[in-house]
Design a protein around this ligand. Structure first.
Ligand code: ADP
Ligand code: MG
Ligand code: ZN
Length: 629
């Protein structure tokens, strides 16, 4: 075939276009690399004498040199947002004479060379198409490796993982030890006719160390490790998935004893024939091939198939049948002891100062997975490095935790004083309500500094690693969640949109109490949760398995429950009006209030300044973001 000849000119065009656009400086944007918040803070510091905004770029003349220059160009990203956020500052500064002149040029001139980009893209697409076509036609073409499983012999990153690197999963490791023994010495098992399961499925929430465990099995047994991720199957054109599976198993048999590891198997192994919107043929072919391969090798082949998934519930039942993945190992979230050991593993290659107590952190991180813990220490180290310190402290860990759970502080966000006051009232409402609820987790910190999407936060911490919630606890959580909204209504005679996520959460809790946990007399101890899950577009949707009448009763009961909680919350806040006002005043002055300061205030004791960032005192446990209100 002569495809190459017809394609050659296209490659010339692509290369020419690339050279052209590079020469024209399309790849550099000619700015000085300032971030949006740096620009804003230049304005705050009254450094800007005049400026021009054109398109998304701002050009500023400064009073004194910044980064060695007085004329600075920066990318704004969103010029409209800049205009909105800064309009007050700009007006004020131009009236007071700080700002001598400014211009907003409506539309940036489009570069006469803008057409180069589409050509590059079109060229790129054609090139890829050609490679695929040529690859199919010509067996010598390296692109044919598209159809080969991309496997890793030995281990990725060339680092051998052992069981010592995976902590907090002792039972799981014990089960896998059997597999390791078999791989090391298969004769011992086959001689006496012992059957080792050849398919083992690791299931559990993301980040609990499933992938790491699989790699550790390979590391411990010191055998070939062929790994592929379910999502890899999905990226290629039709027919490749199945051929990859065949290829993978062929290789594994040749290299035996070996481990085939299929990560994120749910991407291929989802139930067949469920779901709307077609286009699943490819996936089904791949899955069928996988089933065929798993049936087709015997126990004496010395190949063990490991797979991992976060969603066993959506796997095709055929995968779980005997002879396939008939052994399932659940990898759960670690308990406090496990968390401490995981922290030890990850603290090994970091420098921390003597204030850091891994045990306290372990107690404070109920619900965290291994990946979360690793991320926490890493964030803390980054914070220390940013301040040019050589080791991180407990304070950094505390800040990192806040950042992970609620997003980074957004101090540069312009907040009107009126909005700040509203936030203060809202957060104080949560805190005061929670304080009066006997089963509610104590308040750990209150803040009106915006973080992530939230305007302010009231952070609570459970006092123990509890796995069950009682009816009373759930009810009091609802009362606490409503605290913000009730305080707005009581103190500002108006309500705001700031409570929407609180209301969502309160409603969900109430609905769960009634329809899931059988905590409502009228409906009895019956679970009215959905039936089968159905795949619609990108989401799973539950189908209803109860009547419209029951649905209506559930709605009524939810409303009754919330109304009752609302009234109770109102009583509490009305009684503690003065205390609430004191908390609001403190927040307006200091922005943040520690749990200790808050409790002192509520108990009528003096509130000491400068303790805002008190670290976890005693046992603190901000687990999932449920604790942010
Ligand atoms: P999963 O596959 O379950 O989603 P991973 O194995 O990919 O989770 O874990 C991601 C990272 O988190 C690991 O590389 C490791 O650094 C850390 N990690 C997770 N679980 C553990 C654990 N039990 N012990 C030590 N580190 C862990
Ligand atoms: Mg994984
Ligand atoms: Zn709230």
């Amino acid at each position: 075939m002569n495809k190459r000849k017809t394609i050659a000119p296209i490659i010339y065009i692509v290369i020419l276009a690339l050279v052209f656009s590079w020469a024209l400086g399309l790849f550099g944007d000619g700015t000085d690399g300032l971030t949006y918040s740096e620009v804003v803070s230049l304005f705050r510091q009254e450094q800007v004498e005049s400026f021009t905004v054109e398109g998304t770029k701002i050009q500023m003349h400064l009073r004194s040199a910044y980064k060695g220059k007085t004329k600075i160009v920066a990318q704004l990203g969103d010029a409209e947002q800049f205009r909105r956020e800064m309009s007050e500052t700009i007006m004020a500064q131009s009236q007071s004479g700080v700002l001598t002149s400014y211009h907003f040029v409506p539309q940036a001139k489009t570069s006469p060379y803008a057409y180069v980009l589409p050509i590059i893209i079109a060229g790129g697409v054609l090139l890829i198409l050609w490679m695929i076509l040529a690859g199919r036609a010509n067996s010598n073409n390296p692109m044919n490796n598209f159809g080969k499983a991309r496997t890793i012999n030995g281990l990725p990153a060339n680092k051998k993982v052992t069981f010592a690197d995976v902590q907090g999963v002792d039972e799981e490791k014990e089960e896998l030890q059997e597999v390791v023994d078999f791989l090391r010495n298969p004769e011992k098992f086959t001689k006496i006719g012992a059957r080792i399961p050849h398919g083992i499925l690791l299931s559990g929430p993301p980040g609990t160390g499933k992938t790491l465990l699989a790699r550790a099995v390979a590391g411990e047994a010191d055998v070939q490790f062929l790994s592929i991720s379910g999502s890899d199957f999905m990226e290629m054109y039709v027919g490749v998935g199945a051929s990859r599976v065949r290829d993978l198993f062929d290789q594994a048999r040749k290299m035996a004893p070996s481990i085939v590891f299929i990560d994120e198997i749910d991407a291929v192994g989802r139930k067949r024939g469920s779901g709307l919107g077609g286009g699943h043929d490819e996936r089904e072919q791949t899955l069928n091939q996988l089933l065929v391969e798993m049936d087709g090798f015997s126990h004496t082949d010395g190949v063990i198939v490991l797979a991992a998934t976060n969603r066993v519930d959506i796997l095709d039942p055929a995968l779980l049948r005997p002879g396939r993945f008939d052994r399932q190992i659940r990898v759960g979230r670690p308990d406090a002891k496990g968390r401490e050991q995981i922290l030890k593993v990850h603290a090994k290659n970091k420098s921390l100062d003597e204030s850091v107590d891994l045990k306290t952190i372990a107690l404070a991180t109920a619900g965290f997975t291994g990946a979360d813990l690793s991320n926490l220490l890493n964030e803390a180290a980054i914070m220390a490095a940013r301040d040019d310190r050589t080791a991180f402290s407990m304070r950094d860990v505390n800040d990192a935790m806040m950042k992970i759970l609620a997003g980074p502080e957004k101090r540069s966000r312009v907040t009107l004083r009126k909005d700040l006051y509203l936030t203060a009232v809202h957060e104080a409402g949560h805190a005061v309500a929670m304080y009066s609820l006997p089963t509610h987790d104590p308040v750990h910190q209150i803040s009106i500094i915006p973080r992530g999407d939230a305007n302010g936060l009231t952070w609570t911490r459970p006092t123990q690693d509890s796995t069950h919630l009682t009816r009373n606890e759930m009810y009091e959580r609802i009362v606490g969640l409503l605290g913000g909204r009730v305080a707005e209504a009581l103190f500002l005679n108006d309500i705001s949109t700031g409570a929407s996520s609180d209301i969502d959460r309160a409603t969900k809790l109430a609905r769960d109490m009634i329809s899931r946990y059988g905590m409502c007399e009228k409906l009895g101890t019956v679970s009215y949760t959905g039936g089968d899950e159905l795949f619609i577009g990108r989401d799973y949707q539950s189908t209803k398995s109860y009547s419209e009448k029951v649905a209506a009763t559930i709605d009524d009961e939810v409303k009754l429950l919330i109304d009752r909680a609302y009234d109770q919350c109102k009583d509490i806040l009305e009684q503690d009006r003065e205390k609430l006002q004191q908390v609001v005043d403190f927040l307006m002055e200091h922005e943040t209030m520690s749990g200790k300061q808050f409790r002192n205030c509520m108990e009528g004791e003096p509130v000491v300044d400068g303790e805002e960032n008190a670290m976890f005192d005693q046992i603190s446990s901000p687990d999932a973001p449920e604790n942010m209100h």
